[in-house]
Design a protein around this ligand. Structure first.
Ligand SMILES: NC(=O)C1=CN([C@@H]2O[C@H](COP(=O)(O)OP(=O)(O)OC[C@H]3O[C@@H](n4cnc5c(N)ncnc54)[C@H](OP(=O)(O)O)[C@@H]3O)[C@@H](O)[C@H]2O)C=CC1
Ligand SMILES: O=C(O)C1=N[C@H](C(=O)O)C[C@H](O)C1
Length: 259
């Protein structure tokens, strides 16, 4: 039986992950970790008596094989570092890790001979959007990204939008877009700038997770769009990660590494 700890288990994604683990043959939820807990009794969260509940990273003592993390950008680095140090295979969905932090964690995992996965998006539509956007950017170097999310999201832009921009940047000659002499009469209206790629973040109730990549060229345009209408859309990818993470030899970034 593969044992799983879910960090962020009381959150929107953490709850989905808890149910996924409980419904998956061969897996056992052994612990839940979150901040600001009022109770350590698993029954208060509808969980079986044997599930350990933790409110502080430093109190965690577990024999979990896999650490699933859906916490917050402010917590994810320390959580992942802890998991690796404890020999627990990380499956990290939480966004907000910097490139330097990822590199740090990969070095630590390598020293521990521990495989793991960091995925800014476990949704297949998003994984394919990023793949297609990278291909399109070879032919359409002028591109902007619009990501749209629920209004409870803690970080902007989304990890998916940043990952999309990084993939595009690998194949696109860096250049600034738009009128070089343009001025903003409203600060920030041209969005964030990642190596000349403008990124715009929309936060509205009613939205879950959505992204459009807009390419423009002489006399034509191309838009690639993905929509996650329900957080259930991410669970297929989380299950793939659970099924493969124990066989990984390194800490890899992107669900495509285990598809
Ligand atoms: N990779 C992917 O496919 C996806 C990734 N995400 C990412 O997952 C993350 C969580 O999103 P979402 O579920 O919507 O967020 P929520 O705010 O709904 O949940 C956050 C959870 O993290 C807990 N938490 C907060 N601080 C800490 C801490 N220091 N240590 C441990 N737990 C903590 C919260 O506990 P409490 O409520 O007690 O504060 C809560 O359980 C975000 O970074 C988001 O971008 C989201 C969807 C898909
Ligand atoms: O916060 C969310 O909801 C999501 N966050 C991830 C991101 O920042 O890319 C993945 C998905 O977009 C949902």
């Amino acid at each position: 039986m593969t044992k799983v700890l879910v960090a962020g288990f009381t959150g929107a994604m953490g709850q989905k992950a808890v149910h996924l683990v409980q419904e998956s043959n061969g897996y056992e939820l052994v612990a839940g970790f979150a901040a600001g807990l009022k109770s350590k009794d698993p029954k208060d969260y509808g969980l079986p008596a044997g599930v350990a509940i933790y409110g502080d990273l430093n109190e965690i003592q577990t024999d979990a094989d896999i650490w699933i993390d859906f916490t917050l950008p402010s917590a994810v680095y320390a959580n992942t570092k802890f998991a690796i140090e404890q020999g627990i295979h990380p499956v990290i969905g939480t966004t907000g890790l910097t490139d330097e932090q990822v590199s740090d964690l990969q070095s630590l995992a390598s020293a521990k001979h521990l495989g793991g996965l960091i995925a800014p998006n476990f949704g297949m539509s998003a994984v394919l959007l990023m793949k297609f956007a990278k291909e399109a950017a070879k032919y359409f170097p002028d591109v902007e990204i619009i990501e749209m999310h629920h209004d409870n999201k803690a970080d902007a832009p989304s990890g998916t939008a940043l990952s999309t921009a990084k993939l595009i940047d690998e194949v696109r000659p860096e250049h600034e877009q738009g009128n070089p002499d343009e001025t903003e009469s409203l600060s920030g209206v041209r969005g964030g700038d990642y190596h000349g790629i403008h990124i715009h973040a929309v936060r509205l109730p009613g939205y879950v997770a959505h992204e459009q990549v807009l390419f423009g060229g002489p006399g034509e345009a191309l838009t690639i769009r993905q929509d996650s209408f329900d957080r259930q859309s991410f669970m297929g990818g989380v299950k793939v990660a659970m099924d493969h993470v124990l066989d990984l030899k390194d800490l890899v970034v992107g669900l495509e590494n285990v598809l």
